[in-house]
Ligand binder design. Structure first.
Ligand code: C5P
Length: 228
């Protein structure tokens, strides 16, 4: 990660590629990474990556949350590896063999495993057979993914300290649900400020609307970057 840039991945959750490119251009002087998610990737296709990168060398976080049989995930990981993302997400709940298949198929890419989606409450977890406190499932899935070669984990800022204790210092911990003090939580339930998230052990903060919803996304990114 470039050292002169803040450890922030700006979520480019834009309705169209032109908007995503405009946001990316505004924030790349200040942040190390931009994140392309399923919506934009499915609408625009792989070409969106070059469009948002725009020759700036900003790191790319491809948030596709792959989850399928190992052979299929390996094929998908290999297909997107040519886009040279810095991070590619897979679901840890796909199992060790699936995570390992992604790691082996895309050796130049850091595979980031999603433990438990923050949208899943205790009742939903019980429905899918993950009874018990979600923190147990998070720790179990984090350990499984790291043992299978994942170099990064996605977890909520509330979980980050427990996950760090579970997996040790070498793993990149990525946290969404980050809100600068005083800004609107929107639909994020378990939030922390950027400073708190870093203090708890996060390495990369995923921040979307507090930056992209600002009148001047570049200025918003610069302000949060300066607070770190
Ligand atoms: O706008 P906001 O800062 O809430 O954006 C957060 C980003 O992180 C979105 O792209 C969202 O899909 C993603 N994300 C999340 N919670 C997770 C995993 C990903 O908010 N558990």
């Amino acid at each position: 990660m470039p050292h002169d840039k803040a450890p922030i991945a700006v979520a480019l959750d834009a309705p169209d590629v032109e908007t995503a490119a405009r946001w990316a251009q505004a924030v790349t002087p200040y942040v190390a990474v931009v994140k392309v998610g399923l919506e934009l990737f499915c609408r625009t296709g792989p070409s969106v990556v070059e469009t948002v990168r725009g020759g700036t060398g900003v790191g790319l976080f491809l948030d596709l949350k792959l989850h399928d049989i190992p052979n299929t995930v390996a094929g998908a990981a290999k297909s997107v590896a040519r886009l040279k993302p810095m991070y590619l997400t897979v679901h840890a709940s796909g199992g060790s063999d699936m995570v390992r298949a992604a790691v082996e198929a895309a050796p130049e890419v850091t595979i980031a495993a999603v433990t438990v989606l923050t949208s899943l409450g205790d009742r939903s977890l019980q429905e899918i057979g993950l009874a018990g406190p979600s923190s147990d499932a998070v720790r179990r899935l984090a350990a499984l993914a790291v043992a299978a070669g994942a170099g990064a984990l996605v977890c909520s800022p509330q979980e980050v300290a427990a996950v760090r204790a579970e997996v040790g210092p070498g793993v990149v911990l990525i946290t969404p649900g980050v809100r600068p003090a005083g800004s609107d939580a929107q639909d994020q339930a378990r939030i922390a400020t950027p400073e708190e998230a870093i203090r708890n052990g996060a390495d990369l903060l995923v921040i979307g609307r507090p930056i992209t919803g600002a009148k001047d996304p570049g200025a918003a990114a610069a302000m949060i970057a300066a607070s770190l």
